[in-house]
Write a protein that binds this ligand. Structure first.
Ligand SMILES: Nc1ncnc2c1ncn2[C@@H]1O[C@H](COP(=O)(O)OP(=O)(O)OP(=O)(O)O)[C@@H](O)[C@H]1O
Ligand SMILES: [Mg+2]
Length: 219
């Protein structure tokens, strides 16, 4: 029998025994539904009470355009070397270690209209017992990405039907201002290469979440 969203909620809850903070990673190709899954988990687990689950996307570690221009990598935005992987791994380590103080740990967000990272956008209070982090490259073993997996208790992999994934990605690029032709070209040229790389990391996941368990986006 395949997993349901309720099974996923139970499994996420079980990661947090006693007072310790747990970190759950969600990996998957561009457009596979990682953010949607994370948002649903966080919303359902937090319920209407005091929030105890935080959402920290890997997306906040995109390098800014000014740095991508300096590196000559602007046209490859989204590839593994266009992120601050070492910074991401270091933040995850802080989230794992700094749990008994009073301090908020701030994480950067990603602004989808500007397509730029935004420092200090996400506050993780010391009371957060579960941190859900999600992105393409959580299971990569090259360079600084290799330091990410050891900071996480479990990593789940979002597996989406390829045709559906590509269609959703194209419509999202259109929603954020690209023409249909530009969106298709970007998805085929840039996103697909990254998607192929991410697909090779699937076997390292603790759990593969199939499309049937993925909820629809929050309205
Ligand atoms: N069940 C669903 N039905 C229809 N559309 C969906 C569903 N789940 C997600 N989507 C849409 O598919 C697109 C990709 O979903 P989402 O942003 O969650 O993926 P992602 O893996 O986080 O992508 P990225 O790697 O680009 O950050 C979004 O536009 C989202 O609204
Ligand atoms: Mg996302």
């Amino acid at each position: 029998m395949s997993l349901t969203f309720d099974d996923l909620l139970l499994r996420a809850r079980a990661l947090v025994p006693g007072g310790r903070r747990a970190l759950l990673g969600i990996a998957g190709s561009p457009g596979a539904g990682k953010t949607t899954l994370a948002e649903h988990l966080v919303r359902e687990l937090n319920g209407s009470g005091e929030p105890w689950v935080a959402h920290v996307p890997m997306d906040g570690f995109h390098l800014a355009d000014v740095e991508l221009d300096r590196l000559g990598r602007r046209d490859r935005k989204g590839a593994p070397d266009t992120f601050d992987a070492a910074g991401y791994a270091a933040l995850l380590r802080r989230l794992r270690e700094e749990t008994d103080g009073e301090e908020i740990v701030y994480a950067p967000g990603f602004e989808r209209v500007l397509e730029q990272p935004l420092a200090g956008a996400i506050a993780v209070p010391p009371t957060a017992r579960l941190v859900v982090t999600e992105g393409n490259y959580l299971l990569l073993e090259t360079g600084a990405w290799a330091r990410v997996r050891p900071q996480l208790d479990e990593v789940w992999f979002c597996a989406m039907d390829e045709e559906e994934r590509v269609n959703r990605l194209v419509s999202r690029h259109e929603r954020f201002g690209k023409s249909h032709a530009e969106a298709v070209a970007w998805v085929m040229r840039t996103d697909q290469r990254n998607a192929d790389l991410v697909a090779t990391t699937r076997e390292r996941a603790d759990l593969v979440v199939r499309q049937s368990a993925l909820p629809a986006p929050l309205g």
